[in-house]
Design a binder for this molecule. Structure first.
Ligand code: SF4
Length: 280
């Protein structure tokens, strides 16, 4: 067994959140550069240039790239040969969030109760997903998401007969119905298969994948290409104002499902994709 201190998990969460909420990842800025080479709509071009400037200023002034610093999804892949030492892991994850909220001037965006509301004041609690995996390391990822894009995410329990065309319809409808509310250009995670709860977590986990790669499953890789092409032909465009650049990244995760089911989930991230991973 290898020992990992939960204090190290707290420190990793704080460090990752403080950085990814301020520094746009190169994939995003490179994608905007590339989009500006082909975008034909002048309004969309202007908006892409404004976003580039926003990212540049955020990095320079050390301020968050968007005011909505989000609800923190945290993914923990815990090696089954790891012995955790210290305070309860989830308390330490939340402590890391508290620290980042203070140090990186993140907006307090969480409420205590979905009906009664009441801000918790420090962005806690996180939505934590645990997975026990082989090995002796802890892989921890953070994915803070604003409500604009999270609210536009969708889930559909299709019938198998709906097939690939049904899947495409669900994804395209989610993007088009979102208009400008989810702040395009988007990064999109799609889950296919599993059950009601599993497909939603697949869609969210897909947002952690590299967007410049494709699935190792040939027909899923093909679907990833088809979906992003279809979305970019929708003319939703940056901030929903029209244009060729509606999505800059899309990944699909799939898994086995019931003979009578075809669950599909779409988890949408705005252009302000914030994510980071560390292995301890
Ligand atoms: S959807 Fe994204 S870019 Fe738009 S306000 Fe929310 S966090 Fe910011």
């Amino acid at each position: 067994m290898r020992t990992v201190k939960t204090a190290a998990i707290r420190d990793a969460v704080a460090a990752m959140l403080s950085k990814c909420t301020i520094d746009a990842e190169p994939f995003i800025t490179d994608s905007f550069e590339k989009a500006l080479e082909t975008e034909r709509n002048p309004v969309a071009r202007g908006f892409l240039e404004q976003l580039q400037e926003n990212y540049r200023l955020a990095g320079q002034k050390r301020l968050p790239i968007c005011q909505d610093t989000g609800c923190d999804a945290v993914f923990v892949e815990l090696g089954q040969s790891v012995c955790l030492e210290g305070d309860y892991i989830e308390d330490m994850i939340n402590e890391g969030i508290r620290r980042a909220t203070k140090e990186a001037y993140l907006r307090a965006s969480m409420v205590k109760d979905p009906i009664k509301r009441g801000n918790t004041g420090d962005n806690t609690p996180a939505m934590v997903h645990y997975e026990i995996v082989p090995g002796d390391t802890v892989r921890i990822s953070v994915l803070p998401k604003g409500a604009g894009c999270e609210n536009m995410s969708r889930i559909a329990m299709l019938r198998p007969a709906d097939g690939i065309e049904g899947i495409k319809k669900v994804v395209l409808n989610a993007v088009v119905e979102g208009g400008g509310n989810h702040c395009p250009p988007l990064c999109i995670g799609v889950g296919i298969g599993g059950s009601f709860e599993k497909v939603a977590s697949l869609a969210k986990a897909a947002l952690l994948l590299p967007f410049n790669e494709r699935s190792g499953i040939p027909h899923i890789a093909e679907l990833e290409d088809e979906l992003i092409t279809m979305i970019n032909e929708s003319d939703v465009g940056p901030q929903g104002l029209g244009g060729d650049t509606t999505a800059i990244g899309l990944r699909v995760l799939s898994c086995p499902t019931h003979i009578a089911s075809l669950p599909v989930a779409v988890n949408i991230s705005c252009h302000a994709l914030r994510r980071a991973t560390m292995v301890l």
